[in-house]
Write a protein that binds this ligand. Structure first.
Ligand code: SAH
Ligand code: MG
Length: 192
């Protein structure tokens, strides 16, 4: 099994997996910061989880996916890579999942309209030096060009991402760095 096959599958079925540049950044971040436990919100077909698990065999990931079909596809892909011991997939809406565990990294890559809710819900699952990383902060450049959007639905979604960015910027508990890589990534760390 090679990652290329998952990338092709995602393209064919229009599944929004992380862009190459973004995933490379994430993988390097995990390496450089010695991250060992990860919670991912939004597994899709397991592409990002597999990439993260491949960094080191001691890395353990819990990833949550609400769509049943994608969940099964993720399980299959993870099995094909022999990573079942490292990656646990939960089939549920993340907002209904209660976890006791603490994680070095919480990676948010699911419904954009819920970003603030995911952040608030899971921030207490961070280990002492833990970080929350969020994908699609630029949302294909639309966040910068909000006035040019004609579709009402899209505009409302982009407004929600903007709201999340403001929430992060104004947050007194966390400090956030925005990185212009892939589709835009934010890195939030608790102030000490
Ligand atoms: N991280 C993946 C891509 C995730 S795409 C990768 O890069 O490989 C976003 C996924 O989040 C979709 O599959 C969608 O079904 C899922 N999702 C959206 N809202 C969710 C929620 N509230 N709980 C769980 N999964 C959710
Ligand atoms: Mg994404």
């Amino acid at each position: 099994m090679v990652l290329r096959l998952i990338e092709d599958y995602a393209k064919k079925h229009k599944i929004p997996i992380m862009q190459k540049e973004g995933i490379n950044f994430l993988v390097d971040y995990i390496k450089n910061n010695n991250i060992k436990t990860i919670l991912e919100i939004g597994s899709a077909i397991g592409y990002s989880a597999i990439n993260m698990a491949l960094v080191h065999k001691d890395i353990k990931i819990i990833t949550i996916e609400r769509d049943k079909e994608l969940y099964f596809k993720a399980l299959q892909n993870i099995k094909d890579f022999g990573l079942e011991k490292q990656i646990e997939v939960i089939n549920a809406d993340a907002l209904d999942v209660e976890l006791e565990k603490k994680f070095d990294l919480i990676f948010i890559d699911a419904a954009k309209a819920q970003y603030i809710n995911f952040f608030v819900k899971f921030k207490d699952n961070l280990s002492e030096n833990g970080v929350i990383i969020t994908d699609n902060i630029n949302f294909h450049g639309l966040v910068e060009n909000i006035d040019n959007i004609t579709s009402k639905r899209l505009k409302s979604l982009v407004k929600k991402i903007k709201k999340y960015i403001d929430f992060l910027k104004e947050n007194e508990e966390f400090t956030t760095e925005f990185v212009d890589v892939g589709d835009g990534i934010s890195i939030s760390k608790r102030n000490r």
